[in-house]
Write a protein that binds this ligand. Sequence first.
Ligand SMILES: C[S@@+](CC[C@H](N)C(=O)[O-])C[C@H]1O[C@@H](n2cnc3c(N)ncnc32)[C@H](O)[C@@H]1O
Length: 282
Amino acid sequence: MQLTSQDIDEVCGLVLDLCGVSLDETKAYLIELRLRELVRRTGCESYAALIQQARLTSERKLKQEIIDAITTQETSFFRDNTPFEALRNKALPELFEAKEKTPFPKRVRIWSAGCSTGQEPYSIAMTLCELLPDIARWDIQILATDISETAIAQASRGCYADREVDRGLPAELLHRHFIRDGSQWRVGDRVRSLVTFRRHNLHDSFLALGEFEIVFCRNVAIYFTLEAQKQLFLRIADAMTPPSSLFIGSSESLINLGDRFEPQYHCGSVFYRPNVPRPATV
Ligand SMILES: C[S@@+](CC[C@H](N)C(=O)[O-])C[C@H]1O[C@@H](n2cnc3c(N)ncnc32)[C@H](O)[C@@H]1O
């Protein structure tokens, strides 16, 4: 079925409304590829008709299927590697040291925002397990959220095929933290127990999520408009308690946020510390 310019406008409008992902006619091939099967299955006469149906129905199912189909869930264990080196060698040791003087020195809250199928939060959990031999005595929670229900369901199962663990996961970590389960690898209980998964749209309020000392929001905002990216990172800064660290994707930037974040260069990577916002001048 041929995609018309009206189809493209309708799809882009709904996708922007639902998840803030910004598409345009240059992504026509992607829209066609990812929504073709849904158009066929729902018996709609066109892509615009599918969008109309999704807008009119009060049920969430069709909207969710469109989100699942259109969002890019590309991810891998220890993606880009250097951010995890900086986490292990700089951000976490400095956090632990700063926490020694607080009433809850062993309490750590981490957020993997836009976690896709779970490789990112499990990589963070493995980093913590490797760093802390006494991790059972710590109160550590990694909240992992994504707008895609299918991604969250898969992440929560914690089962990966050979080709998924072959991407970025060192053999010794695979054998230490995963169990062979038929043709798959299942995340071991210790790593799994550190991570809580939840469906959440980054354009919704963060209030119910809590506050975090480490946030990973990598390769998610890149799909949003520049203004939506800016608002997202400012809201994330408000959800962080010092001393805190924000990790973003290697092709993302906080350059248009002025001095709200301070870059920290370590291990060939960069992460960001939120600065206290300046009081408004009168
Ligand atoms: C490319 S993956 C990145 C996964 C991981 N952070 C990484 O860097 O490997 C982007 C993820 O962002 C999610 N996403 C897109 N829009 C979102 C939104 N508005 N709220 C929450 N998650 C969103 C997608 O479902 C997808 O799983």
